[in-house]
Design a protein around this ligand. Structure first.
Ligand SMILES: NC(=O)c1ccc[n+]([C@@H]2O[C@H](COP(=O)([O-])OP(=O)(O)OC[C@H]3O[C@@H](n4cnc5c(N)ncnc54)[C@H](OP(=O)(O)O)[C@@H]3O)[C@@H](O)[C@H]2O)c1
Length: 267
């Protein structure tokens, strides 16, 4: 058995990982979620596939995460092969503002940065630390952070996208944290990776690039990188590619930030 834990597993890419992995009865899949409120499709899947276990926790609370890790440990007898940090969101409505628009709006700026850093960076450090002993005992010893092109300097430089400030800062920051964990844990044989999933057709993508005028603006920006891009890829396509990249994660490429193609092709 290969054991996998995926955070943010109710919808979108997280649910895609659970669906794709649990097809193989040799995988044991832990779907880590914050609430059953949006977990209808996941629960339906788990009712059909006995190798899926749903674990409800709060990734902003280390004590609850320790309990979640203990739940996983009971099933796996103290180990976890692959931890996927997928939960993430672009927080407040101020995400449409470029940096200079925050002049005189210090409170809004702090909220924009802090909420995203709390949700997408600090919580992920809590998740890693709570599950680390299990990963140490795993066979694969892989920790994968689902990042975003928004967290890449060159992507932002070339596309000229100046908004989604806090989200971008949180993803760029977590890329560094992931590299730091890789540096620290190499001696234990643990590999880490920051992985961009591509532009993927999910609720989150719909929220950020769904409105027709924003979609047009984003497409123009994206086409500065890749002229052929037209629309987001499906969850299934993204997850299939990502799993190939995770498969090929070794000590040699541990700590890197790559795309679902395993390189710097963002789309
Ligand atoms: N879609 C894209 O094009 C794209 C591009 C780049 C990066 N990403 C990244 O890919 C990951 C998955 O995104 P998605 O597109 O699949 O989004 P999605 O469809 O909105 O799903 C997000 C998942 O994360 C969970 N989540 C969000 N904030 C959370 C929090 N604070 N604590 C616990 N769970 C939380 C949600 O749970 P609930 O159901 O409870 O809300 C849901 O399960 C994210 O990290 C995102 O930044 C996506």
């Amino acid at each position: 058995m290969v054991s996998w834990a995926i955070t943010g597993a109710t919808r979108g890419i997280g649910l895609g990982f659970v669906d794709n992995l649990s097809v193989d009865p040799k995988n044991q899949v832990f779907a880590i979620i914050r609430s059953r409120g949006t977990a209808g499709p996941l629960e339906e899947l788990a009712a059909k596939r006995k190798n899926i276990q749903i674990v409800v926790t709060d990734i902003s609370d280390p004590r609850k995460l320790d309990q979640a890790a203990a739940e996983v440990s009971k099933v796996t007898v103290g180990s976890l092969d692959v931890l996927i940090l997928n939960a993430g969101s672009a927080e407040p409505e101020t995400s449409t503002l470029p940096p200079s628009a925050f002049r005189g709006k210090e409170e809004a700026l702090e909220k924009e940065i802090n909420e995203n850093v709390k949700a997408n960076l600090i919580s992920n450090i809590y998740v890693i630390n709570s599950f680390l002993d299990l990963v140490r005992n795993g066979k694969e010893k892989k920790i994968v952070f689902i990042s975003s092109p928004s967290g890449d300097v060159e992507f932002n430089r070339v596309t000229g996208i100046s908004t989604v400030l806090g989200y971008s800062v949180s993803k760029a920051g977590m890329n560094i944290v992931t590299t730091k964990f890789g540096a620290e844990l190499a001696q234990d044989g643990i590999k880490t990776l920051s992985l961009s999933p591509g532009w993927v057709n999910t609720d989150a993508a719909q929220a950020v690039t769904g409105a027709p005028d924003i979609r047009k603006f984003m497409l123009n920006a994206f086409r500065k990188i890749d002229q052929s891009v037209n629309e987001p890829i499906s969850v299934d396509e993204s997850v299939t590619h990502q799993l190939q990249v995770i498969q090929s994660l070794t000590e040699a490429n541990s700590g890197k930030f790559v795309t679902h193609h395993g390189n710097v092709d963002w789309f």
